[in-house]
Write a protein that binds this ligand. Sequence first.
Ligand SMILES: Cc1cc2nc3c(=O)[nH]c(=O)nc-3n(C[C@H](O)[C@H](O)[C@H](O)COP(=O)(O)OP(=O)(O)OC[C@H]3O[C@@H](n4cnc5c(N)ncnc54)[C@H](O)[C@@H]3O)c2cc1C
Length: 559
Amino acid sequence: MYEHDVLIVGAGLAGMRAALAAQAAGADVAMITKVHPVRSHSNAAQGGINAALDAQDSWEEHAFDTIKGSDYLADQDAVQVMCREAGPELIVLENMGVTFNRDDSGRLGSRRFGGATKARTYFVADITGQAILHVMYEQLVKAGMRIYEEWFVTDVVLRDRQIGGVVAMELLTGKLELIKAKAIIMCTGGGGRVYEPSTNALICTGDGHALAYQMGAPLMDMEMVQFHPTTLKGSGVLITEGARGEGAYLLNSDGERFMEKYAPSAMELASRDVVSRGEQTEINEGRGVEECVFLDLRHLGAAKIRERLMQIQEIALDFASVNVLEELLPIRPGVHYVMGGIKTDIEGAVPGFDGFYAAGECACVSVHGGNRLGANSLLDTVIFGRRSGAHSAEYAKNARHLNLNEGEILKATEDRIRRFVDRPQNGDTVAGLRLELGRMMNDQVGVFREQAAMEDALVKVGDIKRRYENVAIKDKGRVFNTDLIFALELDYIIECADLVVRSAIYREESRGAHTRLDFPNRDDANWLKHTVATRRDGETVLEKGDVTITQWEPMERKY
Ligand SMILES: Cc1cc2nc3c(=O)[nH]c(=O)nc-3n(C[C@H](O)[C@H](O)[C@H](O)COP(=O)(O)OP(=O)(O)OC[C@H]3O[C@@H](n4cnc5c(N)ncnc54)[C@H](O)[C@@H]3O)c2cc1C
């Protein structure tokens, strides 16, 4: 058994920032992660991180763009905190050693992203996440942080809504351990792999969302799933919004810049929900080619592409055999981000629990509401990572460890795991079920939604859940049993899919990324509300939650 004041589940940017802050506040901190820290999905972030740093810009304008982008569903107090603290936090990152691109005069260079009225996205070529994650990892090493690396969290230990720690499996040995903690911070990232295809890494399976939900925590706005406008044909690999930020066009099969019809002012740089709907409409009305439209980078020129979009050039060549200097790149909307998540306050604390925090993509503070602006997620991870780290350390100073029966706790998890291992093969495989579920979600709970298809999706999720109860795994050993980990992850994926569908059926309007053909308009009178899903007595209860409005009254949203 191990013991810490604060245990951080996840070593992406939110987790790393939380760990540094909690340690700086004097707590005994440890992190746990199912992959090596720098393999966290934060590593894949390409385009950049937002901050109103320029003298011509202000945090209020950044906040307004964010709130408009969210279709007024974001909590404005949280957005204010994030945008106000963005500039100083970016300087902290710079001082840690992040080599942000600079302009010709030597100042930090920025690019414009979708839904933003100013160029305020700071970047390191098209590898921003990798650059920040590696620099922050160096800080962790320097701080001598205890990291349970390649350990998989299977359960959160809770007594009377107070955190006691987690149960986790060391992948190298397959051994289960209890790690006691006075506070835990969920920083487990997104659940984009509930859908197939997805821009997300295979590890983005919504583990924290599901664990929190299973322990009775509120999950907010889970219907708000972002479809990114430019994901590569076939594989679904992300082509950064930075490409459009640098001036790339979107064309349909007639060669038209079709965004003229959907967002005459912002064009390709309207917010993501607007651009994805535009593309999907073009495709549905027959002006696409093989379910895709095109991204045109040819006019940007070789020098700009080499300096700022080198990774994109490589991805296009390797995954689609397209030379972006001379050819059009076929792209389509694809699942990218979950705006919804574990409901927290602006310190990262989950209401109704002692010692339970969440930050980063798995949390819903809420700063993204119905639609996240590009480059606001990395910002969300570092701002609310830092705040939850600091706050949990303060909490831990006055809290005590729970008295826990280690043997009993570990036996319950061991019994659950043994069932997978002992069961005979029955036909269904973990990979097969995962693919079936993901494709179904893409088809039936996608860019455009309607009641009948979603009701049917709920039935299918239920069917997959039942078949999952009988699924067996081939690897019967314990050492690095990835078969077993995939099986455990599938449980989290199914839980998240169920939450997405139920929340999507519940919200009877169109707002942000949630577009219903049967309720095509935004309905502020009834639905300027969060959806909050909670498990009570084994049932999912859906309720409306208030949206915090401070100074920006909802308006019609045009780009
Ligand atoms: C391809 C791509 C490009 C993107 N580009 C941008 C961009 O340019 N700008 C921007 O702002 N946003 C971007 N985003 C979004 C942004 O990168 C993510 O939202 C953000 O990095 C999430 O960080 P995180 O710390 O919350 O989680 P992650 O970085 O996903 O880390 C999750 C951590 O949790 C751990 N974990 C999960 N489950 C378990 C478990 N059961 N047991 C133990 N550990 C567990 C993992 O090991 C990992 O360390 C992009 C996303 C993708 C997919």
